[in-house]
Design a protein around this ligand. Structure first.
Ligand code: ADP
Ligand code: MG
Length: 334
């Protein structure tokens, strides 16, 4: 079991309160992602759960038990570090056995747990290899295997993929997601990358300056962002936001439309503009349109087949029912 609750938790470093009172529940078996810009308190929150930082006030409960004052090693949680934390001269089996050997677990018991972990992680055929003979994804799995044999209630990851190149990141993201689907152990994953959050999470927790802006499934956040911050943070390229006259037409202070919810035509449409940059990705093209009178730049996703270049005149039309409305405080209006 691994249900994690934060009750009125706060954290200050000296006079600076980085986490104002915060409440959050992560259900057993859930894959929760904490996402937000750098410095918003993601790592601090994870470290408070792990016990690596003390709360200034409030309680941390795991499966209903108050563990606020319990040391990290007694919380039954596993922080997973990057794959290069493996011992290069030891086989996979020895790497996974290492924490159990330190804890004096009998050898037969060690082998039972290693075999079970290897099965869960698809590592059975690699137990006699050394880390140097494994792919990046397999190495990450060994690092997780070392945590699994301790049978943690939850795995905590702090930006485990941020140092990797783009292609490897995508592969590792899939590895971790698949592993969660097989094991169904609670996972909390911290990232500043909204694409990682969207693709991996059951539940996303969006943070800004230590405050939870929204908690929900990836598609909840995409379709119904609670406020302009979440609207701008989730989705890529970012949502276009218009104020002034255009917002007034919709009877609100700001309106937003996503690049993929705006149609483009070279002959007719609601808004007229000039193409600044056309980014050709092959499957899609992102056009950045100027001179619409709506905002400095309006970004639109069009089919990769449409021939559009810098300087072309383009007409844009928002798709029916896709506008997001926000009030003077930036909160969503339904
Ligand atoms: P994130 O992981 O979202 O980038 P952090 O949780 O690391 O953010 O930091 C949140 C805020 O707390 C930042 O303003 C950071 O400077 C501050 N902070 C984090 N750790 C300490 C510390 N040990 N002492 C003082 N300030 C800290
Ligand atoms: Mg951090």
């Amino acid at each position: 079991m691994g249900r994690i609750q934060l009750e009125n938790v706060t954290k200050s470093f000296g006079p600076a309160q980085v986490i104002p009172p915060l409440n959050l529940t992560i259900e057993d078996g859930e894959f929760a992602v904490f996402v937000g810009p750098s410095g918003c308190g993601k790592s601090t929150l994870l470290r408070l759960i792990a016990g690596l930082e003390d709360t200034t006030s409030g309680r941390v409960l795991i499966d209903g038990e108050d563990l606020t004052d319990v040391s990290p090693s007694k919380r039954g949680l596993a922080m997973v570090f990057q794959s290069y934390a493996l011992y290069p001269h030891m086989t996979v089996r020895k790497n996974i056995a290492f924490p159990m050997r330190m804890a004096g677990v009998p050898e037969a018991e060690q082998n039972t747990r290693i075999d079970a972990a290897a099965k869960a992680l698809n590592l059975t055929d690699y137990l006699d290899r050394k880390p140097g003979q494994l792919s990046g994804g397999q190495r990450q799995r060994v690092a997780i295997g070392r945590a699994i044999v301790r049978d943690p209630k939850a795995f905590l990851f702090d930006e485990p993929l941020s140092n990797l190149d783009a292609a490897l990141r995508v592969g590792m993201r899939l590895e971790i997601s698949e592993m969660h689907k097989r094991m169904r152990t609670t996972m909390i994953y911290v990232t500043h990358d909204q694409v990682e959050a969207m693709t991996m999470a059951d539940k996303i927790v969006v943070l800004q300056a230590g405050v939870i802006e929204q908690v929900g499934s990836p598609l909840d956040l995409y379709h119904k962002p609670r406020n302009i911050f979440v609207a701008g943070f989730i989705g890529s390229p970012t949502m276009n936001i218009f104020q002034g006259e255009e917002a007034a037409k919709y009877d609100c202070h700001s309106v937003g439309i996503r690049p993929e919810h705006t149609d483009a035509s070279t002959t007719n449409g609601l808004w007229k503009g000039t193409v600044g940059v056309a980014e050709h990705l092959g499957s899609d093209t992102f056009i950045h349109v100027h001179d619409t009178g709506l905002a400095e730049t309006v970004t639109v996703r069009i089919s990769g087949d449409m021939a559009v270049e810098h300087g072309d005149t383009i007409y844009l039309t928002p798709q029916e029912g896709r506008m997001h409305r926000f009030d003077a405080q930036g909160l969503r209006i339904e």
